[in-house]
Ligand binder design. Structure first.
Ligand code: AMP
Length: 205
C-alpha cells in the first residue's frame, strides 16, 4: 500500500490533473464524500486531503508515504524526516514584503505582520534588519492599515489582493511552488514503488 497526503484548495485543483496524467485518478464521488481516506483507481494507493500546513506533519511521521504541499509550508515547517523530491511547478507565487510605501520600511525595528514567522525572521536577520513579528492567521493586508504593522510578508500571485488593499510589493523573499515530498523511511522500504511514482509524475509535468 502507498499513501499520499494532498493539500486542499488551490493546490489540489492543480494537483488532480497532474496525478491523473501520471495514472492516479480519484473519482469525483470520493472527492465529494465525507471520507477522510480516499480510494483511487489503484487498489494499492490511498489518498488523504488535509490543509497544506498539515501535509509535512503527516509525511514526517510516516502517517503517509508521500505528500504534496507548497514550498512556503516546507520553508516554514522545516524538512526533518522527509525528502523534497520534485518541484511540480504548480501553484506558483512569490513570498514578498509589501507595504503602503517604501518609506514605511525605513524603521529601526520593523513591525511585520505575517503567518510566515520563521521565513520572515530568517529574511530580515540575513539583511541585518531588526524586526518584530506579529503572527496573524489571515487578512494580513489589514495590519498596515490599522497601524498593527509597518509591512506584511505574504504570498503574492497576481498582486490583486495587495492592490485592492493599497499595498505594494517591495522586496522579494522566495519563489514558491508545490513540491512532492517523501518520508525518508518509506523511501527506503518502498523504494521501487515510490521511485516509479516520482518518475510517472515527473513525466507528466
Ligand atoms: P493574488 O491576489 O493573486 O496576488 O493572491 C494573493 C492571495 O492568494 C494571498 O492571500 C495569498 O496568501 C494567496 N495565494 C497566492 N498564491 C498562493 C499559493 N500558491 N498557495 C496558497 N496561497 C496563495
Amino acid at each position: 500500500m502507498l499513501t499520499i497526503t494532498l493539500s486542499k484548495g488551490r493546490i489540489l485543483k492543480q494537483t488532480l490533473p497532474l496525478l491523473e496524467q501520471a495514472g492516479l485518478i480519484i473519482a469525483k464521488k470520493e472527492l465529494n464524500s465525507r471520507k477522510l481516506i480516499l480510494d483511487t483507481n489503484l487498489t494499492d494507493v490511498k489518498v488523504i486531503i488535509v490543509r497544506s500546513t498539515d501535509v509535512p506533519i503527516f509525511v514526517q511521521h510516516g502517517a503517509t508515504d508521500m505528500g504534496i504541499t507548497g514550498k512556503d509550508v516546507l520553508l516554514e515547517h522545516g524538512a526533518n524526516n522527509l525528502f523534497e523530491v520534485l518541484d511540480l511547478g504548480i501553484a506558483k507565487c512569490k513570498l514578498m514584503v509589501a507595504a503602503e510605501s517604501k518609506n514605511r520600511l525605513k524603521q529601526n525595528t520593523l513591525k511585520v505582520a505575517t503567518k510566515y514567522v520563521n521565513s520572515t525572521k530568517r529574511y530580515f536577520q540575513n539583511k541585518g534588519q531588526s524586526c518584530e513579528i506579529i503572527k496573524l492567521y489571515g487578512a494580513m493586508e489589514l495590519a498596515p492599515k490599522v497601524g498593527l504593522a509597518h509591512c506584511i510578508v505574504d504570498l503574492v500571485d497576481t498582486g490583486n489582493t495587495l492592490k485592492a488593499n493599497g499595498l505594494i510589493p517591495f522586496e522579494y523573499i522566495e519563489k514558491i511552488s508545490s513540491r512532492l515530498v517523501v518520508n525518508i523511511a518509506s523511501f527506503r522500504t518502498k523504494n521501487a514503488q515510490i521511485k516509479s511514482w516520482i518518475q510517472n509524475i515527473e513525466n507528466s509535468l
